[in-house]
Design a protein around this ligand. Structure first.
Ligand code: PM9
Length: 472
């Protein structure tokens, strides 16, 4: 889908263009550094964009996580924070928002998404069990492994092909899943780990038909489905745009219908819920909730604040309601598609279709001469920063880490550099500048050399690893 095809408020009222459903009330100055400053900063950061100081970055597309601009309503809500240790009114507002928009019965707040992943994994996974899912996510998989589980990728094969334009590349391959269940035995499957708009696949959605069929399959084997709802609102938008029968349904209704096929969800509220910090874990099963409510007090905080302040719960509750508004999500994804279209027009290789939260550059196609163990996507992120001060993130071999059993690098099919767009932060002009920066790096691709890793942390290495250019 391109921006031209995107159904917009503008088109509905006879206009061609769309615009954001907000105006800017406060700004934060940013500064373009000179090349010499960036060369020094990148070297000091060990060629890892996670280790740069944000002051040295011009346009920051490292992540869309916690980088959102909050609305005046959310800021007003922050002042209404009830910082009682127990029973804060903001907790009840959050609980109501989760139940109204996502439909789950019980909820505990967590400090962010991985706090919820930790609680769920420790509670549901028995050592030796398998956790099938539609492609791994870094923090999700490590929690599953630390709980003694083994993640098994059951996403459709097309998701591993950056050029394939399937409209729902996040779908579960039900054949692969059924084979796994029969091979390992249903009792050895902890649960299905299903993600909305699959991050590592390029922000690719799951269709309603797929989750419906998944529910049927799991009911046959009495297996539960837990949803990573982090970017599920974006997923609902793609269903509205692409799936038969949903064009006239509001995003909020699509979101709730989708969640209804699952048994619960974990959330990094730092994305779709439009806040800077926070998360939650919500389930329908009372007994499970009892265990989670007990676990949360060990690791996060009392079950009515779970590691976040009352004010942050209020901002989340308001952000949930704002995030599901059709015009909000349309302009959010519209901006991502706008950047994607600019790059596609210049024939720059990116993951297609363009995803919901980010444009993913195909580093293999940028640098076919750089072997994967010289980190093409890490190299591309470094080159983009060096050239223009634009910060992106590696999503390839470094992020995939090592196989815990063999200790060898995992070699993922996708070797991508992600440009994630914070919500309500940058303008279309910023996107133009980013596209031009990518083009400059693309035009110089033949002369670019790879990197070697000189420091490797044991877990989630992409956050803190350090690199140096390979010798000439
Ligand atoms: N995602 C992202 O930039 C931030 C940290 S990893 C680089 O994409 C999903 C689908 C996520 C996610 C975080 C988490 C963890 C769970 N699921 O960061 O702990 O994209 O709030 O959430 C990041 P927290």
């Amino acid at each position: 889908m391109t921006t031209a095809k995107l159904k917009t408020m503008g088109q509905q009222s006879g206009r061609r263009s769309w615009a954001e459903p907000w105006k800017i009330k406060m700004v934060e100055p940013i500064r373009l550094t000179i090349q010499a400053e960036r060369t020094r900063a990148l070297k000091e950061a060990g060629y890892n964009t996670f280790l740069l100081r944000s002051e040295d970055v011009y346009i920051d597309l490292l992540t869309d996580s916690g980088t959102n601009a909050m609305s005046d309503r959310q800021w007003a809500g922050m002042l209404m924070g009830d910082e009682a240790y127990a029973g804060s009114r903001n907790f009840y507002n959050l609980e109501e928002a989760v139940s109204t928009y996502y439909g789950y019965r019980y909820m505990v707040p967590t400090h962010q998404g991985r706090g919820a992943e930790h609680l769920l994994s420790q509670t549901l996974i028995k050592p030796g069990q398998y956790v099938p899912g539609n492609m791994y996510f870094t923090t999700t998989r490590i929690h599953q492994e630390l709980a003694g589980g083994t993640f098994v990728d059951v996403i459709i094969d097309k998701a591993h092909d950056p050029g394939n334009e399937h409209p729902f590349k996040g779908n579960v391959d039900l054949g692969k899943l059924e084979f796994l269940i029969k091979q390992k035995g249903a009792e050895n499957i902890a649960y299905i780990s299903l993600a909305g708009t699959v991050n590592m696949a390029g922000g690719q959605p799951v269709s309603m038909a797929n989750v419906r069929a998944l529910r049927e399959l799991c009911d046959r084997f009495r297996i539960r489905i837990y949803l990573d709802a982090t970017r599920m609102v974006e997923n609902a938008f793609f269903i509205q745009q692409r799936e038969e029968g949903y064009a006239d349904k509001p995003i909020a209704a699509i979101l709730k219908e989708f969640c209804n096929y699952t048994d619960g969800a974990w959330m990094s509220a730092k994305k779709d819920n439009l806040v800077n910090i926070g998360g939650w874990l919500a389930v329908n099963d009372n007994e499970l909730f009892d265990s989670l409510r007990n676990m949360v007090v060990i690791y996060e905080g009392l079950h009515t604040y779970g590691g976040v302040a009352g004010r942050d719960m209020e901002a989340m509750a308001i952000g949930i309601a704002e995030g599901v508004q059709d015009d909000q999500i349309r302009s959010r994804v519209g901006q991502v598609l706008y950047l994607g279209d600019l790059l596609l027009n210049w024939k720059i290789p990116i993951v297609k279709p363009v995803g919901g939260h980010a444009v993913f550059l195909d580093a293999r196609k940028f640098y076919p001469h750089i072997p994967q163990d010289q980190f093409p996507a890490q190299t591309l992120a470094a080159q983009l920063y060096l050239n223009s001060g634009v910060r992106g993130m590696e999503r390839g071999i470094v992020s995939a880490g090592r196989d815990p059993k063999t200790g060898e690098h995992r070699f993922p099919a996708l070797e991508l550099t992600r440009l994630a767009i914070p919500r309500r932060v940058y303008t279309q002009a910023h996107m133009d500048v980013v596209a031009e920066a990518v083009k400059t790096v693309y035009d110089a691709r033949e002369h670019t050399k790879g990197l070697k890793m000189v420091y490797e942390p044991k877990r989630l290495r992409f956050f803190q690893a350090r690199f140096e250019p390979v010798a000439e």
